[in-house]
Design a protein around this ligand. Structure first.
Ligand SMILES: [Fe+2]
Length: 294
């Protein structure tokens, strides 16, 4: 086993919150040795047709943190999501904690700053976040050490967060019967995604893996937890002896057939700002729709 900068035998308590509107799973991860916790990939509710945002999903998580008497140390984003909006600032206002994402967020901000024709007031230096992680950076959730692992491919800033024996894989992997995430967004790269997945699969077989999304393929119930061993044995896109060349060819062909996610336009504008909703010149919350820009 490679040496990892965390104790992989620590077993955090993981509570999942499924959002049926976007098929996202958010997590409360609790240090087994204290009352400290982290929230991974929170969700803000949006009725896009009505231009209305609400916080039922985040409120459920906030209530659970309070009910359990936990202290929130970290609000982690595995990447700039394109299919749901983050509720990180809303949660931070109520529970505290620091908002962290991969340092390559700057690349994503640069790309989508152009797509959305953002002015100079939109900083492209990641300063909207409290912490920017480099590959291998560690941080503490109470007494439990966690680390962030660069896993580009789906997006340039994707990171997998390893907290004890639990890894939060973002959109690097799906459940074994779901395969892998698309790699065709601006800055995405199927070859990089393959290499990133290999990094995740190099963790010990018993490592628990927690998905950011599940769509219940073939009508099965929604699931979000598996292990490295299960993914290695059964993942339909990368399991067993699937080569990088096969993966890239398959992924590229598949991605060309996929429609854009329903919420990509609002998601990117909010998530590249660490979950803050952009405002117009009069300070009113406002989103843009660039035509033929994506
Ligand atoms: Fe994503």
């Amino acid at each position: 086993m490679t040496a990892y900068p965390v104790d992989l035998t620590v077993r955090p308590d993981v509570e999942a919150f499924f959002d049926p509107a976007t098929n996202t799973i958010s997590y409360i991860v609790k240090d087994p040795g204290s009352d400290a916790c982290a929230i991974v990939d929170s969700v803000m509710d949006i009725d896009y047709a009505a231009g209305r945002i609400t916080y039922e999903h985040a409120d459920r998580m906030i209530a659970r943190v309070q009910e359990r008497g936990l202290r929130l140390d970290w609000i982690i984003e595995t990447h700039v999501h394109a299919d749901h909006l983050s509720a990180a600032p809303y949660i931070q206002e109520r529970l505290g904690g620091r908002i962290g994402i991969g340092a390559k967020i700057r690349v994503v901000q640069d790309t989508f700053g152009k797509v959305f024709n953002e002015g100079t007031e939109f900083q492209r230096d990641g300063s909207q976040f409290d912490a920017l992680f480099e590959d291998g950076d560690t941080y503490m959730i109470g007494g439990m050490r966690a680390f962030a692992m660069d896993t580009p491919g789906h997006t340039p800033a994707c990171m997998v967060h390893v907290m004890g024996d639990a890894a939060f894989v973002g959109d690097t992997l799906f459940m074994p019967d779901g395969g892998s995430a698309r790699a065709d967004f601006p800055g995405g790269d199927a070859g990089q995604l393959y290499d990133s997945i290999q990094k995740v699969l190099a963790l010990p077989d018993e490592t628990r893996l927690f998905m950011c999304h599940d769509y219940g393929p073939n009508g099965r119930d929604i699931q979000w937890e598996t292990t490295v061993g299960e993914e290695k044995a059964h993942n339909i896109h990368v399991g067993r002896d699937r080569t990088k060349e096969e993966f890239v060819a398959f992924r590229t062909e598949r991605d060309a057939q996929l429609a854009m996610p329903r919420l990509i336009i609002p998601s990117l504008q909010v998530n590249m700002r660490a979950g803050e909703v952009p405002t117009d010149k009069d300070g009113r919350p406002m989103l843009k729709v660039p035509l033929n820009g994506l």
